[in-house]
Design a protein around this ligand. Structure first.
Ligand SMILES: CC(C)(COP(=O)(O)OP(=O)(O)OC[C@H]1O[C@@H](n2cnc3c(N)ncnc32)[C@H](O)[C@@H]1OP(=O)(O)O)[C@@H](O)C(=O)NCCC(=O)NCCS
Length: 164
């Protein structure tokens, strides 16, 4: 139903539909400015050290419908993966985020860089918290994050043991 492709140089329009859309960024501090989106696109094109960002392709239509990625983060004095996902509104509610995230987890397991993967959905982000539960993450606790700068939100800390 879905496949993952590395984020490409032509994918700024898709990024605009994700991080540039107020509906998509309700739990992520609001839409990013055109400058911020271009900078993010540049970062996605030049990821290194095992950090990955993928475009989610809906196989039936061949179109890019979202993103899923994971990157190294220091968390409570430990190197872990953080994972994040987004699906454009027109394609939500069809299991695409679950399927794409399951594939990304498989890749992180294979590269075997870190034992734990964390996801930090806003406590009010019902679909994302449901995705964590479905994919076998364990709920650790809630924590306060500043993202973007000056914007505070309460997120759940979900953890998956990639070596279990
Ligand atoms: C979160 C997001 C990626 C979900 O994408 P999606 O493709 O619609 O998700 P899926 O269809 O794979 O599954 C979502 C699960 O959440 C459940 N869900 C959806 N809305 C829900 C709600 N309001 N309350 C409870 N569960 C809900 C669905 O039922 C589904 O579980 P199910 O398969 O058991 O029915 C999408 O809403 C999105 O991009 N949101 C904005 C960006 C964002 O917040 N990203 C997450 C940052 S951590």
């Amino acid at each position: 139903m879905v496949s993952l492709e590395p984020w490409g140089s032509g994918d700024l329009p898709l990024l605009e539909r994700l991080m540039g859309d107020p509906r998509m960024t309700e739990h992520l501090g609001g839409p990013e400015s055109p400058d911020k989106l271009r900078a993010r696109q540049g970062r996605y094109e030049r990821l290194e050290g095992g950090d990955c960002m993928f475009k989610i392709i809906e196989v039936a239509s061949g179109s890019g419908v979202g993103s899923v990625g994971f990157w190294t983060k220091e968390w409570r004095d430990e190197q872990v993966y953080e994972i994040g996902w987004m699906v454009v509104p027109e394609f939500q509610g069809r299991g695409i985020a679950v399927a794409a995230t399951a594939q990304a987890i498989g890749l992180a397991k294979r590269d075997d860089r870190h034992r734990f993967m964390h996801a930090f959905p806003n406590i009010d982000n019902a679909p994302s918290n449901a995705i964590c539960g479905k994919l076998g993450f364990e709920l650790i606790d809630a924590c306060e994050f500043e993202f973007p700068k000056g914007h505070f939100m309460t997120c759940n800390d979900w953890r998956l043991d990639l070596r279990a």
